[in-house]
Ligand binder design. Sequence first.
Ligand SMILES: Nc1ncnc2c1ncn2[C@@H]1O[C@H](COP(=O)(O)OP(=O)(O)OP(=O)(O)O)[C@@H](O)[C@H]1O
Ligand SMILES: [Mg+2]
Length: 461
Amino acid sequence: MIPLTLAEIAAITGGSVPPGAGLVTGPVVVDSRRVTQGALFAALPGEHADGHDFAQAAVAAGAAGVLASRPVPGVPAIVVPDVTAALGVLARAVLGRLPAAIVTGITGSSGKTSTKDLTAQLAERLGPTVAPEGSFNNEIGLPLTVLRAAESTRFLVLEMSARGIGHIAALCDIAPPRIGAVLNVGRAHAGEFGSLDAVAKAKGELPEALPAGGVAVLNAGDPRVLAMAARTAARVVTFGRDGKPDVCAEDVRLDDLGRASFRLVMPDASAPVTLRLHGAHHVPNALAAAAIAAELGMDTPAIAAALSEATARSKRRMEVRERPDGVLVVNDAYNANPDSTRAAIEALGHLTSGGRRGFAVLGHMAELGDIAAESHEEAGHLAARAGVTGLIAVGEEARPVLDGARAEPGWHGAAIAVPDAPAAVDVLRNQLRPGDVVLVKASKAAGLWEVADGLLAEVSR
Ligand SMILES: Nc1ncnc2c1ncn2[C@@H]1O[C@H](COP(=O)(O)OP(=O)(O)OP(=O)(O)O)[C@@H](O)[C@H]1O
Ligand SMILES: [Mg+2]
């Protein structure tokens, strides 16, 4: 963070000024274990603990002060009514002091983190870049990321998530983007939104927030995203595999591990790309990243080279590992919604197209509201159509997956329900043969990466 005194931070956030002449040199943290010398500790109420209980420990560990919603004895605290809101105000003020930093916002129902990670790896070639760790994409994670920016920062690549109308507009108020990319409008959080049109309304707040001199990067293959061209003052650049976009991929091929090679076609030039990420669904993500990087000033050969070297920075998204016995484990258990599940099962279908046997371990897809049962059934249909040898549903909520598969005519695989991750590992232990492929996928709450970890640990023993 740019250095600020506690008094300056109090003035920016409208909080009380603590005694002393504390100077915050950063970072701003919400976890007292991450405090370093000169940090500002923001005390947030958590699910299991109250940040205020850790304020003294934070200061003892070197924090210059605390942003809090009530005084804490013996601690230099800036007291504000709402710590989360104050983080946003502070982030906005810090950005205001960094006029040279270009903010890019990325939203969509699936692929935000993957695209953010790709885009950051391109932007880093051009200059100092700040991007969130993992999926820091909400009213807390986004300001914490912005607050990592320093005088030298040229690019901020931010992930913006929405669980409701107005959320992205609020994030754009904290960090006004010059470039905004919308990847897709899908069924993530369908329970909260109620309809795809409501999702589109929420995601469209990003192009709406862009200035006339800005750029809206829109997926031409998603009609609800393309329609956002009418909701922005910014210049529109389109990407995608369909619909004559400005940035597209020609001759897309997948290797035997599902990694895409293609010709990146930009308005002025084209160049070959081979991605290190697994699954055809990363092609549109790469195209969005390419479109953004071009706007930041990168030429096509440099974009293609950087995309080809970019790695999956965030964990548990289509992580493909081969065990010593030749079993391939695909850990996509970071999260799931109907669209990312379809993408993962399609990738499994590709990985098994050369004759390998496929197994899908699917758990609960959360937050789907009324479409929960049909979405799980659909996943079962897709797995059966992909020809899986075994389909394992983990947990009661995932059971409709098995009904979907059993209803698929001509499917003769095994459909098995298990209560939890260890039981899934037990079932697979006796089934797997060298060369088999196992996909593991569910929403975060299901914690199914334990299945992938368990399967990988089996053979290294
Ligand atoms: N364009 C895409 N279409 C469908 N699925 C995708 C796409 N990009 C990534 N995925 C898959 O979606 C899951 C989540 O990916 P990622 O973390 O990049 O998305 P996200 O939008 O950041 O998710 P979250 O909302 O949880 O932050 C992974 O399983 C990934 O393989
Ligand atoms: Mg994310």
